[in-house]
Structures are given as structure tokens and as C-alpha cells.
Write a protein that binds this ligand. Structure first.
Ligand code: GDP
Ligand code: FO1
Ligand code: CA
Length: 318
């Protein structure tokens, strides 16, 4: 079975652990993840790809589960030295091990390799067991329109909004800079067209899934896919579990609930995304016209629990 997953960072990564575990019980299974790149940025001359790295490190067994980003067992010598120089941005931490990844990525990009090939090269070390493809090789960045005290209305990079301000500034909208001119990375459209099932990870709908869908051609490919599309709610009982989904949803005027996000994605029959929507048992009973809704425990506490979530999502696709 060919499974294609749309994924952001840590929610996508943990979900993919379950997809991989499930796939290992089925011979002939093959998993492709189309991963958000709109959190990407350059800091200190280095290209950082937070969501790709979260997925790569998690599936490679190297992630820091508690911190939620970067590698376990990190040291911070280089960041300390940069701070001693007053090198901006001082609010963004880069671990020493992580910096090696960014050095390899930046060197390859500067030599002319596209991000998709760079990702393949990095994954040769980590063996994620899942094919990781960036949604696009082109520049695509989430910028956030905010009102900063004393500075007025400005658009700042998503990392500045989240890491520097923790999202605690008056926020009016998210803009996917570069989206209009971006093309799907090689392999993305094929992975959608050839899939037997397409899963939308319980990733942030506003800043992880929406920028993937903003790449021209991607939404149409999903609409035209012969495979069923099943989404898994990242919101459980009105709570975003972890991360910034509550702030993001409030900004776009969507209720932070499994019903709100299911409605935002919408039924495929209506030009939306979903054939199926899997919600937590605490959200049991919700209905979305045109979408098959089922419930299961959605806490991704470990790989076994997450593989059970994946099995429930695949059952909805049958
Ligand atoms: P990020 O890019 O690192 O922010 O990660 P993602 O966008 O891939 O996923 C973040 C989202 O995952 C959060 O907003 C939560 O809604 C969701 N999430 C995190 N942990 C869980 C969990 O255990 N179960 C479910 N259903 N969703 C989760
Ligand atoms: N998150 C933080 O809260 N503080 C940081 O200093 C920070 C640095 C960082 C470096 C590399 C990387 O891949 C991710 C990093 N993150 C950091 C996480 C990141 O800001 C966000 O959580 C994701 O972009 C949301 O997906
Ligand atoms: Ca992200």
C-alpha cells in the first residue's frame, strides 16, 4: 500500500512514526511524507528547515522529545559564542549538532542542489524509513502581520513571531511569501497521484498544512487524486495539545476544535480536502456534512498508540 502523508514538524513527525510502524506490519508498503518548508529561514548564514529536521531527527531516533525540536544531547557552544559577539538574532538557539545539519544543507544549496536532493542526502545518514519530500524546492516562507508596540503594523518571519514573541503580539494574518511562484518539488505530485491513501497528519492546519496547500498545483492534485484523503485532528477537546495551533486558529477566525479544523479543511465533494476526519473520543459525535467522521483515542503517547491512530485513519479510508 502506498501511503502519502502531508506533515508539519513535531505533530507530523510523531504521526509518521506510527505510519512507519503500521507500514512495517504490511509487506509492500511504502510511505512518502510531503513536508512543510514555510518555517524555513536563514540565520547566521545557515539555512534552517525546522519541520524537515523535526521529521528527520524523530524518525532517525535522534530528536529531543522534551524540547520538541532539535537533537537530543545537544550542546550550545556555538550559540553562546554568537551571543558573546552580539550576533543577531540572539533569540534563536542553534545546537552544535544541529549546526552540522545546517552547514551540510547550506553548502549543498549554495552549490546548486535543490532542497529535495539535499534532504535525500541528509536522510541517507538518518534512515527515516519514510521518503521525505519538501513541499517545494522554491522559497516559501510564512510571514506574520503583527502590530508591535511602538513599531506599528509589520510583517515578521514566522520564527520571529513564534520564538521571539511566543505568538503573544496582536496578530492579524499569515502570508505565505513566495507561494504564488512556487512549484511542487519533484515527486510531490506523483506521490499524491499514485497513493492508495492520503493522510493529513494532526499538524498545525494554519502554519504547517496550509502552506503545503498554498503551493500551486498541490490542492488540485489532491482534489483529483483517486486515493481517499483522511485527516487526523490535532485538536483534542478544544485543546491544541502542544504548540501554537490555538493562536493560529484564533487569528484566522476558526474555532480551536476538531469541528473547527474539520470544517476548515472541508469535504472533498465541496472543493475541500477530506473524505474522512478522525477525531478524539472526547470529540465523538461531531458531524461534518459530506465527510465520514470517526473517533479514536488520538494522544500520540508512544509508537504503539500512534500506530493504532493510523490504523483507525486507514479504516476510515476503506
Ligand atoms: P510543528 O511544525 O513542530 O508545530 O508541528 P506540526 O505542525 O506537525 O504539529 C503540531 C500540532 O500537532 C499541534 O498543534 C497539535 O495540535 C498536534 N499534536 C501534538 N501532539 C499531538 C497528539 O499527541 N495528538 C494529536 N492528535 N495531535 C497532537
Ligand atoms: N524553537 C524555540 O522555541 N526556540 C529556538 O531557539 C528554536 C531554535 C530552532 C532551531 C532549529 C530548528 O529546526 C528549530 C528551532 N526551534 C526553536 C523550533 C521552531 O521554532 C518551531 O517550533 C517550528 O518552526 C514550528 O514548527
Ligand atoms: Ca512547523
Amino acid at each position: 500500500m502506498r501511503i502519502t502523508v502531508l506533515a508539519g514538524g513535531i505533530g507530523g513527525a510523531r504521526f509518521l512514526e506510527g505510519v512507519r510502524a503500521h507500514a512495517r506490519t504490511r509487506p509492500e508498503s511504502d510511505v512518502t511524507a510531503v513536508v512543510n518548508v514555510a518555517d524555513d529561514t536563514r540565520m547566521h548564514g545557515l539555512r534552517i528547515s525546522p519541520d524537515l529536521d523535526s521529521v528527520m531527527y524523530t524518525l532517525g531516533g535522534a530528536h529531543d522529545a522534551e524540547r520538541g525540536w532539535g537533537q537530543a544531547g545537544e550542546t550550545w557552544t556555538v550559540s553562546g559564542e554568537l551571543r558573546a559577539y552580539g550576533a543577531e538574532p540572539t533569540w534563536f538557539g542553534l545546537g552544535d549538532k544541529d549546526i552540522a545539519t545546517h552547514l551540510v544543507r547550506t553548502t549543498m544549496l549554495d552549490a546548486g542542489y535543490p532542497l529535495s536532493q539535499v534532504t535525500e542526502a541528509l536522510c541517507a545518514r538518518w534512515n527515516p524509513g519514510v521518503r521525505l519530500i519538501p513541499a517545494t524546492d522554491d522559497r516559501l516562507e510564512t510571514h506574520v502581520v503583527v502590530d508591535l508596540p511602538g513599531e506599528g503594523r509589520r510583517a515578521i518571519h514566522f520564527q520571529e513571531w513564534w520564538v521571539k514573541h511566543r505568538g503573544n503580539v496582536p496578530t492579524s494574518r499569515f502570508v505565505f511569501v513566495g507561494a504564488d511562484a512556487a512549484k511542487p518539488a519533484p515527486g510531490v505530485l506523483d506521490a499524491i497521484a499514485a497513493a492508495d491513501v492520503i493522510l493529513i497528519a494532526p499538524s498545525n492546519p494554519v502554519v504547517s498544512i496550509a502552506p503545503i496547500l498554498a503551493v500551486p498545483g498541490l490542492r488540485d492534485a489532491l482534489l483529483a487524486a483517486s486515493a481517499p484523503i483522511v485527516g487526523v485532528s490535532g485538536i483534542i477537546g478544544g485543546s491544541p495539545v502542544r504548540g501554537m495551533a490555538d493562536k493560529c486558529l484564533a487569528t484566522i477566525g476558526v474555532e480551536c476544535s476538531a469541528a473547527g479544523v474539520g470544517g476548515l479543511y472541508g469535504p472533498r465533494a465541496d472543493g475541500g480536502l477530506l473524505d474522512g476526519w478522525l477525531v478524539d473520543t472526547t470529540d465523538d459525535g461531531l458531524t461534518i456534512p459530506g465527510v465520514r467522521v470517526a473517533s479514536a483515542p488520538l494522544w500520540m503517547t508512544d509508537e504503539t498508540a500512534t500506530a493504532a491512530i493510523v490504523a483507525a485513519a486507514l479504516a476510515l479510508a476503506e
